[in-house]
Design a binder for this molecule. Structure first.
Ligand code: NDP
Length: 488
């Protein structure tokens, strides 16, 4: 036994993680169901470090130093269960099996409990950063026992991305499903972030009449400021790309139907179960679904309303381009709105992590989540360092919006933000993310919500009772009778 870590499942993610471990000086045992992949890896990248290729699972396990740490990077779902079962038979109590796939945290909880019974540490870990991240440094969100992190942590911290302050973007999130839960919410936030960026683009295009190349310039400018992030950076790249066949902006030749692999949906489903309001994430998931409903879109295409132009597409009225000074002013207004809505989405994401942590007793450090998302992952952004600082200073911060710095920014942005929402509505540009975020902001700020009326209605038709604002207790009004109030 000579390998400190093993990787089984050598498709893009597994292969790149294995190379990352090797490049960082670890001896890596390799295994894949189809042996050709193992051979290919060694042929192509064997020079990058020390690899111990294994043909069979027992050979792979035998190659590992104790306690054994092996990373499973196979297709999520059934294949992961099958592979875990196979390796559970081969390892010994005290060994650590890591699932780096995109598992649902409930599956991770189930697998962790089953393997714990057999004395095996099971670590469900979120890994973000895609193929490139896996190779050059991903953001790593491991769950599982504290003991397993003692063995595994130093390895993961070596291969993880580094935040600007040099800290590794890997940290123990909490027991059993905590890591995969945090990864799930990461993806939910990613959906929300992408939706907001798309809305900002759409507004600049259709209201201000900017070209994709000009919008790329605007985004590049934003990327120098508080919106500095990977997603803004790649958006600028995409917007400058021209389709080789037609010479048209690439964004205009891509079919406008967004797809999803399901982690955004999981986030919303889980939020519903936990009773956590994450409308920003939900809006983003639904916006993708709606874009794909060609049947609905065709049926509704002739409904009256403004058809903002700028894209030259069918039905475009070719909205006049705003004069230059107004264009700059509008871009500034959209920046304020995008930033404010982004803060709201992140606030919702953190609220959800706290709720999950409470529900499952994970004790997740909210500051640490922000710290390990500062680099390596898809939502990496400069402002995550400020979220880290906010929760480090006040771990009990009820919401990010209660942090004085973020609250101040939202306060200063809200005028422009309201303008943007009104402009979007007037021009017929759908902006569910930006406008929904404003509704969330106003919903939390409100002195009184019409939830009072909802409660009254519920009591009317279902005797669901209500509480009074002026007095303790639970009440019911005899709506069908004398309308007297009783305490049931
Ligand atoms: P895939 O999800 O495409 O899975 C392919 C790998 O799974 C191959 O090694 C394949 O082996 C193996 N496999 C499939 N079924 C079985 C089985 N029944 N028994 C044994 N091995 C099996 O690979 P990716 O590299 O894209 O992803 C790996 C995991 O990482 C997935 O869970 C994915 O969700 C997750 N992930 C992916 C990211 C990405 O950007 N791609 C980002 C973050 C996480 P064989 O070669 O024999 O077919």
């Amino acid at each position: 036994a000579s390998a400190q870590i093993g990787v089984t499942g050598l498709a893009v993610m597994g292969r790149n993680l294995a190379r990352n471990f090797a490049r960082n000086g670890f001896t890596v045992a390799l295994h894949n169901r189809t042996e050709a992949r193992t051979r290919e890896l060694v042929e192509q990248f064997g020079h990058e470090g020390d690899f111990v290729p294994a043909t069979t699972a027992p050979e792979f396990v035998a190659a590992l130093e104790r306690p054994r740490c092996l990373v499973v990077m196979v297709k999520a779902g059934g294949p992961t269960d099958a592979v875990l079962e196979e390796f559970a038979e081969l390892v010994e109590p005290g060994d650590v099996i890591v699932d780096g796939g995109n598992a649902h945290f409930e599956d991770t909880r189930r697998r962790e409990a089953a393997l714990r019974e057999r004395g095996i540490h099971f670590v469900g870990t979120g890994i973000s950063g895609g193929e490139e991240g896996a190779l050059l440094g991903p953001s790593i969100m491991p769950g599982g026992s504290a003991e397993s992190y003692e063995a595994l942590g130093p390895l993961l911290e070596r291969i993880a991305a580094r935040a600007p302050d040099g800290a590794p973007c890997a940290a123990h999130m909490g027991p059993d499903g905590a890591g995969h839960f945090v990864k799930m919410v990461h993806n939910g936030i990613e959906y929300a972030d992408m939706q907001l960026i798309a809305e900002a683009y759409d507004l600049l295009r259709k209201v201000a009449g900017l070209t994709p190349a000009e919008i790329a310039e605007v985004f590049r400018g934003w990327n120098e400021g508080r919106l500095d992030s990977y997603l803004i950076e790649i958006t600028a790249q995409v917007l400058t790309h021209t389709d080789a066949d037609t010479g048209r902006p690439f964004v205009d030749i891509v079919a406008d139907r967004a797809e999803q692999k399901g982690t955004g949906r999981w986030t919303v489903q889980t939020a519903l179960d936990l009773g956590v309001p994450v409308p920003g994430i939900a809006q983003a998931v639904f916006a993708r679904s709606q874009s794909g409903r060609t049947d609905l879109r065709e049926a509704a295409a002739s409904l009256p309303g403004p058809h903002p132009g700028g894209d030259g597409g069918a039905g475009s009225t070719g909205t006049a381009r705003l004069p230059e000074a107004e264009r700059a002013r509008f871009a500034e207004q959209v920046e304020q709105s995008l930033y404010a809505a982004k803060v709201i989405s992140y606030a919702q994401g953190w609220d959800m992590i706290r709720a999950g942590s409470r529900e499952y007793g994970w004790g997740i450090d909210l500051s640490s989540v922000a710290a390990i998302w500062r680099a390596g992952c898809i939502i990496r952004a400069a402002f995550l360092d400020r979220i880290r600082a906010a929760f480090a200073e006040r771990p009990g911060l009820p919401t990010l919006l209660a942090d004085p710095e973020f609250a101040g920014e939202l306060g200063r942005a809200q005028g422009a933000w309201r303008e943007t929402v009104a402009t979007a509505a007037r021009h017929g540009v759908p902006a569910p993310g930006i406008s929904g975020a404003l509704a969330y902001y106003d919903g939390l700020r409100a002195d009184r919500l019409p939830a009072a009326l909802t409660q009254a209605q519920r009591d009317y038709f279902g005797a669901h009772t209500y509480q009074r604002a002026d007095r303790e207790g639970t009440f019911h009004t005899r709506w069908g009778g004398d309308r007297g109030e009783v305490r049931p």
